[in-house]
Design a protein around this ligand. Structure first.
Ligand code: HMG
Ligand code: MG
Length: 286
């Protein structure tokens, strides 16, 4: 048996945020509750973002209030600014995530700020979180390619990842937002980022648009990464990343890791059941 690998379940947030149908809070709560029975240590439940930017996440507080919390599971949410952070804390999240990009085009499209402006906006969020002992995770989007600016240089990713880690993020998740990454370029990106952030504090977040997410996970495993984000049922994408299809499916990553001898601590039957529920939600027959 190789060493353990953690799958960070992001389906309720990254999986559902892009769905066209406005999914009732009760369905989202049922999905989170199903995921809570799978053995995940961390589940990203929702986003405290502007409802005008992402209408699907407008019910963030209602979803947080409705879930049945299982001891040992940390329930997380995105918070792009202090307003989102305060709402997330009021809703009782166990950790928040701030989200930056390695490309200017995506940063502007996604959070209406340059990279530098966004980092300045995140700083008070991290400070406020530290004051109450709440962990903060950081995301870097577009770690190999940007839907607006094209290929992204590894050094740009390292700079933003280093800034988030330096600010106090306990982990930095590296997002192949549009699933355009190929293993060779993911490896080069990881080598650059590893100079800025210890590999033990990195996570991989691969969308599967190009069908290479598992190959990219393998490259990241080789580099020592031991946390991967995934979404049950392979749902998802980002509303501000045109063409970004689903996240890599949790059940596919879990099976892949099991074959490679990595322990995930997940109940695969429970994960498959949650994935079936997520797919029914996407198809509108939950
Ligand atoms: P803005 O319009 O520049 O914000 O948006 P603003 O500060 O000028 O405020 C405008 C209005 O929004 C105001 O309301 C604020 O109160 C309100 P008004 O006075 O006009 O009625 N507002 C908020 N409302 C609720 N919650 C908040 C909030 N903040 C302001 N937190 C902003 C800037 C960052 C808010 C906006 O761009 C936004 O919400 N963006 C989020 C986009 C998003 O969620 N994208 C998807 C997640 S990222 C992703 O999927 C990538 C990832 O998976 C990794 C990967 O795959 O690469 C993480
Ligand atoms: Mg994503």
């Amino acid at each position: 048996m190789c060493d353990a690998v953690e799958i960070f379940e992001v389906g309720p947030r990254d999986g559902l945020q892009n769905e066209k149908r406005l999914i009732p809070a009760a369905e989202k709560i049922a999905l989170v509750d199903a995921l809570s029975a799978c053995g995940f240590r961390r589940i990203e439940v929702t986003s405290f973002v502007s409802p005008r930017w992402v209408p699907q996440m407008a019910d963030a507080a209602e979803v947080m209030a409705g879930i049945a919390r299982v001891p040992g599971v940390r329930y997380a949410a995105l918070a792009p600014n202090l307003k989102g952070f305060e709402a997330a804390v009021a809703a009782g999240v166990d950790e928040v995530a701030i989200f930056a990009a390695a490309s200017e085009g995506f940063s502007k499209a996604n959070i209406n700020a340059s990279i530098a402006e966004s980092l300045e906006r995140f700083r008070p969020v991290v400070e406020a979180a530290r004051a109450i002992g709440l962990p903060v995770r950081g995301y870097v989007s577009c770690v190999t390619d940007c839907p607006y600016d094209g290929p992204v240089a590894p050094g740009e990713v390292a700079d933003v990842a280093g800034a988030l880690f330096g600010m106090g993020c306990y982990e930095v998740s590296l997002g192949d937002t549009i699933g355009a990454g190929v293993p060779e370029r993911v490896a080069a990106m990881l080598a650059a980022v590893a100079d800025a952030v210890p590999v033990a504090n990195l996570a991989g977040h691969f969308h599967d648009t190009g069908g290479r997410a598992l190959a990219n996970i393998d490259v990241a495993l080789e580099a020592g990464v031991r946390v991967f984000d995934a979404a049950v049922g392979g749902l998802g994408g980002c509303p501000y990343a045109p063409g970004a299809a689903g996240n890599v499916a949790t059940e596919a990553v879990a099976r892949h890791l099991a074959v490679r001898g990595h322990e995930t601590g997940l109940d695969l039957a429970a994960v498959e059941a949650a994935a079936a529920m997520a797919r029914r939600m996407r198809d509108g027959d939950a």
